[in-house]
Design a protein around this ligand. Structure first.
Ligand code: ADP
Ligand code: MG
Length: 608
């Protein structure tokens, strides 16, 4: 007896539903995408009990005639592709002809639809995949689909659903994605009879993001600088350095208008934001990639959440370049703010006069009033800062003349000042005034950033200075690691690692970076190679060099309670403003915080 038979259509649809319809949010995704493909200007989504009891999506798109309305419930029925050539270059969100029959097979389903010019529309009622009724319907032009009692006929599936709240949140997130991808479409979301959002159609992504997340977020986003790469257009908004989240929920990427999840793009974002994000933090992005549909394959997964790029390396590089360019471009704005000092403010040296002559070495006993309290060390007291082996590239020894001037309380010669230093709080935060208001600078974070960029520049230009080991060490590496080291010898040498091949899979190290403070070359190389497991090309090796530097600068930068002299503070700020990414330290913590006049006025109740 033969054992193989064809599955009945409904069962086949339920099998397909297993992949396409995971939860209410996936129903919403498929229905909203259909509405957008149908050219809708407004899409309204209504859910009840997390979407488990009801999902209704109403659009004003092109609608369907009776025949199409019946056909769209058949498996593999689609108006979006016809040939293999179409499949190779998908320009619509849907194309599989699977969603409606799948959804209809696992719910109580109702479709009403009408073409704009038609006198009457159609209403089709389906339960568990079986058509119960077909009749004339009198709804407005467009399409309305109602999905009730999701998985009522698949109890096993229903058990996998989470709480109504969680399912609601998933639906809401899905709508955020769709609304961000299509600012030109108006969206309404109603949950348990309450309007959650009502977004008018807008002309720009920026307006849409403002409507979704508020002006405060928009103010901290930067428009992506278009990076010239053939065939890949990148646009959108990304968070300025220092803006981050603990999860990826606001790290949105869209490829040809489709929200996707992509390890390639995740890696590119991580690399683009390298050293500007704290460990374990994710950037905020609304990143849009537009490329030739033939250069992306969306037919990877039934839910179409993943894509395959024909040239992932090119995509990755384009994204990294666009992000770095955008983050670094912002620097000019910062400098501009510092270029407009308020003429009426006091000269810094005059301010220093008001500070206590000598800070008490113990720190606080000499301080009587909180307003005089300061740890701004007056020049002349070069308290023993821990000496470090690392030359402080940015902190030249302060000129004798400056010390003299400050000691005498004489106003130093007027230079072109872009900022006014007020003092140092708690031996850590430099207080400054700029055209916008008050700026607080974390002196340790600032110095880390300066050292980091200085060392990175050296690494890129002539390589990091290295120190000979007393005894060169040799290593055997497994073939994959050996091959990588072989290919990246030059980069490693620039990182200050004196490494040479010494046999088939053996290498010899005779020097290490000067600032490394370790003589265990073996442990260090293992650390480097571990870091390499995740990366593959030499630009990533440079990133690795950055990581190494970032780790070491922390130890060498001025510490939180290192008292600095005025000239040192001034130089620190100047050097910081010359950095490529001045607003965060190499671990992604902010270096400066701006408190605007407006914020101050609000706090003091002068403005509401
Ligand atoms: P796909 O979107 O992959 O083509 P679906 O099962 O989602 O498959 O939809 C089948 C077809 O039904 C679509 O190709 C489209 O022609 C039609 N359709 C679905 N939803 C709508 C809608 N909201 N408005 C107009 N036509 C629709
Ligand atoms: Mg579809």
């Amino acid at each position: 007896m033969s054992r193989i038979h064809l599955l009945p259509d409904i069962l086949a649809s339920q099998v397909a539903a297993g992949e396409v319809v995971e939860r209410p949010a996936s129903v919403v995704k498929e229905l909203v995408e259909n509405s957008i493909d149908a050219g809708a200007r407004t899409v309204e989504t209504i859910i009840r009990r997390g979407g488990i009891s009801l999902v209704r999506v109403v659009d004003d798109g092109c609608g369907m005639d009776r025949d199409d309305a019946l056909l769209c419930l058949e498996r593999h029925a689609t108006s979006k592709i016809r040939s293999a050539a179409d499949l190779a270059a998908i320009a619509t969100l849907g194309f599989r002809g699977e969603a409606l029959p799948s959804i209809a097979s696992v719910s109580r389903f109702r479709l009403t639809t009408r073409e704009p010019g038609a006198i009457a529309g159609s209403e089709i009622i389906v339960a568990g995949g079986k058509i119960d009724a077909v009749r004339d319907g009198g709804e407005a032009p467009g399409t309305q689909i109602e999905v009730r009692s999701l998985f009522y006929n698949l109890p096993a599936r229903r058990k996998f659903l989470r709480s109504e709240n969680t399912e609601s949140r998933n639906v809401e997130h899905q709508l955020y994605l769709q609304a961000s991808a299509h600012p030109e479409v108006a969206f309404v979301f109603v949950r348990e009879e309450r309007v959650v959002f009502q977004l008018p159609a807008t002309r720009s992504l920026k307006e849409r993001v403002r409507d979704l997340h508020g002006a405060e977020l928009v103010d901290r986003l930067l428009a992506l600088e278009p990076a010239a790469r053939s065939g890949i257009e990148i646009s959108g908004l990304i968070g300025a350095a220092g803006l981050s989240r603990q999860t990826r929920t606001q790290q949105l990427v869209f490829v040809n208008g489709r929200a996707i999840e992509s390890p390639v793009l995740n890696a590119a974002l991580r690399e683009g934001y390298h050293t500007t994000l704290m460990k374990g933090q994710f950037p905020v992005t609304f990143l849009f990639l537009t490329l030739d549909p033939a250069a992306v394959d969306v037919n990877v997964h039934p839910s179409k959440r993943e894509v395959r790029f024909r040239d992932p390396a090119a995509v990755r590089e384009a994204v990294v370049a666009a992000i770095r360019k955008t983050l670094e471009g912002k620097r000019a704005d910062w400098q501009e703010q510092f270029r407009a000092p308020n003429e009426t403010t006091l000269e810094p040296a005059e301010r220093i006069e008001h500070l206590p002559e000598m800070a008490d070495p113990g720190g606080t006993s000499a301080v009587s009033s909180p307003f005089e309290r300061t740890s701004f060390e007056v020049a002349g007291r070069d308290s023993a800062r821990p000496s470090t082996k690392l030359a402080r590239p940015a902190m030249d020894p302060v000129e004798q003349r400056d010390v003299q001037i400050a000691q005498d309380g004489v106003v130093p010669p007027k230079r072109d000042r872009h900022f006014q230093i007020i003092g140092v709080l708690n031996k850590l935060y430099v207080l400054m005034e700029n055209a916008n208001g008050l700026v607080l600078v974390d002196q340790h974070a600032a110095h880390e950033r300066i050292l980091f960029e200085e060392l990175r520049r050296r690494m890129e230009e002539k390589g990091v200075p290295s120190q000979r080991l007393l005894l060169p060490q040799t290593f055997d590496l497994p073939p994959r690691d050996a091959e990588w080291v072989e290919r990246n010898l030059r980069t490693l040498q620039k990182m200050g690692i004196g490494i040479e091949p010494f046999g088939a899979q053996t290498f010899r190290i005779d020097s290490l970076p000067t600032f490394l403070e370790t003589s265990d070359a073996g442990a260090f190389l293992r650390e480097v190679i571990d870091g390499l497991r995740t990366v593959s090309n030499s630009s990533s090796a440079l990133r690795l060099g950055e990581d190494m530097i970032a780790k070491t600068v922390c130890r060498h930068a001025v510490k939180a309670n290192d008292p600095l002299r005025y000239a040192e503070v001034e130089k620190l700020i100047r050097d910081l403003l010359e950095c490529e990414l001045p607003y965060c330290c190499p671990h992604g913590r902010p270096t400066m915080i701006q408190i605007s006049h407006l914020e101050l006025e609000k706090k003091f109740g002068r403005k509401t």
